[in-house]
Design a protein around this ligand. Sequence first.
Ligand SMILES: *[C@@H]1O[C@H](CO)[C@@H](O)[C@H](O)[C@H]1NC(C)=O
Ligand SMILES: *[C@@H]1O[C@H](CO)[C@@H](O)[C@H](O)[C@H]1NC(C)=O
Length: 450
Amino acid sequence: MPLLAFTALLLAASQTTALNNGVGRTPAMGWNSWNRFGCNITEEIIKEHADDLVTSGLAKLGYVYVNIDDCWQLTRDENGYIHEDPVAFPSGIAALSDYVHSKGLKFGLYSSAGTKTCAGRPGGLRFEKQDAESYANWKIDYFKYDNCNSEGLGDKPGTIRRYGALRDALNATGRPINYALCSWGDNNVWEFGADLGNSWRTTGDISDSWSSVFDIISKNLNLAKYAAPGGFNDMDMLEVGNGHMSDIEYRTHFSVWAALKSPLLLGHDITKMTQATMEIIGNKDVIAINQDPLGKSAFLRAVLENVFVWVGELTKGERVLLVVNTADHEISVDILMRAFTISDKDAISSFKWKVKAKDLWTKKSVGVFKGKLRLDAIPPHGVRMLKLARKDGDFPSLENPPAFYDTPIKIVGESLSILWLLSAILVVVAVGAALVHLEYKRRQQYQPLP
Ligand SMILES: *[C@@H]1O[C@H](CO)[C@@H](O)[C@H](O)[C@H]1NC(C)=O
Ligand SMILES: *[C@@H]1O[C@H](CO)[C@@H](O)[C@H](O)[C@H]1NC(C)=O
């Protein structure tokens, strides 16, 4: 019987249909307690954040999930039901959920698909039925399922079993719950995640540093094709506003997460937010890219030196262009229009296209371009993000784009440095020739007499 159930799970997992729970058609947006508060959470902190999501205007921009991460739970009773920490959550999770809902927001919880959570609280493994029942009774809308203490079930079949068991238990409650897998990218979870959940973490945990953001970006370079309405690559919760990156780096972090259709779950203290943070996470145009109903991730179109170029399809035939400078110096680039096609035929005609561009960070129209787009002075670790529309027709479709096709980008100033290099080589050759000539002369002078 267990073998039969297991085979059934495997069969279900091998079907191509995505999780059909009706939610997560665009990436989830909201706030999560972990990055800023870790285990130090109380119902007061959660309520304040619910309040401030509304008063700050963030809820109106789409940040509606209020998700409690690890450490809300403390014990399991003799019937296997989970209970909250009575000191941190004296009014109970059900009351907190009601409070969050009363603000017009949605409520999320956390556990681990193991015997214990990552912080050592009771985990969900083998209690899926009781947990799903509690979660539905508490009217949760989002559930993050971590990967700690998986008891030897960390391989692919074990992962499908653990995460599939809760998926089925949640489904059986009849409540649509956005189900977020947090299995850290293990076993290439993107290849089977869509059968299990509405999103799947593609890497280990983020930290508030540029090196962490860069590392996560470099592990998500080829995952665009796995993102679709109902199932997205999750690059982890945001660090914008936590204080250890520059605003330029936070803007890049936010832009890439948005264009690659990662959930946008804020991870800072909203009650003490600066205006600069609000300007980043509150950028309507960038949010609109993330929430575009087409649900297609931008894909990596080119890499040249330290410059990464992503291109993505949007509804209404528009395109998003995202250019990240990972170098420690400023760079200017030309993006050739053939960056927006993957066929040779269109590449030739692309030089005649008239393309209208809007810069999503300056929020200004930057004109109509032909042949190429010049992006000047992208700062170190900075980004340029544009929305493009053709004035003279439609962009060709980017269906099933290959990871690389050509390099439709030129670093501006490069040709100058090549000239310098050539001159340097000429000088070296000239000096060398002169030395050889002198040596020849010297040897002639001291030719021994016959
Ligand atoms: C449960 O799964 C079925 C089959 O995929 C689906 O049609 C239904 O919408 C799901 N219900 C919920 C609440 O997830
Ligand atoms: C939680 O509180 C402990 C003890 O005060 C502290 O050491 C830890 O850094 C705090 N964690 C976070 C994420 O704030």
